[in-house]
Ligand binder design. Structure first.
Ligand code: NDP
Ligand code: GDR
Length: 339
């Protein structure tokens, strides 16, 4: 039985990856941060306490605590480590840049050092991000596109990317980067824009929210489904040689388009009025104001356009996304309407 250790197991991707690996008969270990409120909601259905899965184990820990990481890796002796833990909110990284750099940047280094010192045959997956591309240098963005990070989050992830490459080259570790473009699901954190929109629609329809307040509607993202992307993480780790891969859909849409499609699923055709921060989204039939724009939600520096080229993953991993953009939006809206 293979053993995997997942950092960030309580997050969106950690929960889907746990399900995926348990289905493949892995023994799965996850690092969970102690929190004053419950933070295991996304994996509660898998935990031993609920009798659901005897092969899932959780351990308290933190990416900022080297001693704890080395103790866990020594005790567990995993075959594969998936480093998904991070302060993953780009806008929040402008408010907590030092902590973000510690967890997202040095966290990867700490794990690599443990692997080098304790068990160099552990395979390592680093959750790298399309945010590395930042300022648009070329489109579509592939494994050879230059990086130009635009936030403390992306700068920290850039460090983690390069230290992963360096440990692969310097110490011959099986260490890989998955450069994943945005991926969403009904389990997406509620402050990321897609979930904020789908949850907002559900709350508006239930009479709990007056209107949605959003930031930059012009930003373009390559949005896929998280369930599809965790399969790519695993495939990257099963290759004969460690390499870095872009994982994306090859389609891009604006935040505005996401709003239009999401509202359309509940029978509302949005009509836009105004421009920039005075822009408003109205119900095309009733004229009710449903979306406002606030300058407070803009970032000091924005990533305007992300569009990934997944050709390498398509050919070498035989990976391709299964859920389309339209299906993803529908899936999220319907889930929040039920919730
Ligand atoms: P989430 O924000 O949903 O999950 C992040 C996870 O990291 C949570 O389990 C969180 O714990 C944990 N975490 C945060 N800080 C620490 C820390 N100091 N020590 C240990 N664990 C910590 O992110 P996603 O699941 O969406 O993303 C997974 C990874 O992939 C992240 O690294 C993210 O940056 C990266 N990524 C995500 C993309 C996406 O579109 N989703 C795209 C590209 C990269 P807690 O639950 O306690 O907060
Ligand atoms: P992103 O995701 O920054 O791409 O990072 P997010 O959903 O936060 O933003 C996407 C785009 O939407 C614009 N936007 C808003 N964003 C948020 N959060 N809230 C709003 O109200 C809002 N209005 C407009 C943003 O300006 C941005 O352009 C995600 C994270 O999962 C990272 O961890 C990951 O690395 C990248 O995706 C790939």
């Amino acid at each position: 039985m293979k053993k995997a250790l997942i950092t960030g197991i309580t997050g969106q991707d950690g929960s889907y990856l746990s399900e995926f690996l348990l289905d493949k008969s892995y023994e799965v270990h996850g690092i969970v941060r102690r929190s004053s409120s419950l933070n295991t909601g996304r994996i509660d259905h898998l935990l031993q306490d609920s009798g659901a899965n005897p092969n899932l184990f959780i351990h308290y820990g933190d990416l900022t605590d080297s001693g704890n990481l080395s103790k866990l890796i020594y005790q567990i002796q995993p075959d594969e480590i998936y480093n998904l833990g991070a302060q993953s909110h780009v806008k929040v990284s402008f408010d907590v840049p030092e902590y973000t750099s510690d967890a997202n940047g040095l966290g990867a280094l700490r794990l690599l050092e443990c692997i080098k010192e304790i068990k160099p045959d552990i395979k390592f997956y680093q959750a790298s991000s399309s945010e590395l591309f930042g300022k648009v240098m070329e489109i579509p963005q592939n494994e050879n596109t230059p990086f130009c990070p635009r936030s403390p989050y992306a700068a920290a992830k850039l460090y983690a990317y390069w230290v992963t490459v360096n440990y692969r080259e310097a110490y011959d570790l099986f260490a890989c980067n998955g450069i994943l473009f945005n991926h969403e699901s009904p389990r997406r954190g509620e402050t990321f824009v897609t979930r904020k929109i789908t949850l907002g629609i559900a709350d508006i329809l239930k009479g709990k929210l007056d209107r949605l307040v959003l930031g930059n509607l012009d930003a373009k993202r390559d949005w896929g489904f998280a369930g599809d992307y965790v399969e790519a993480m695993w495939l990257i780790m099963q290759q004969p040689v460690p390499e870095d891969f872009v994982i994306a859909t090859g389609e891009t849409h604006t935040v505005r388009e996401f709003c239009e499609l999401a509202f359309k699923h509940v029978g509302i055709n949005l009509r836009w009025e105004g421009h920039g921060i005075t822009e408003k989204g109205m119900d095309g039939d009733t004229g009710r104001e449903l979306i406002n724009v606030s300058s407070k939600l803009f970032r000091p520096t924005e990533v305007d356009l992300l569009l990934g080229d997944p050709s390498k993953a398509n050919s070498k991993l035989n990976w391709t996304q299964k859920v389309s953009f339209e299906e993803l939006v529908k899936l999220m809206v319907e889930s929040d309407l039920k919730g």
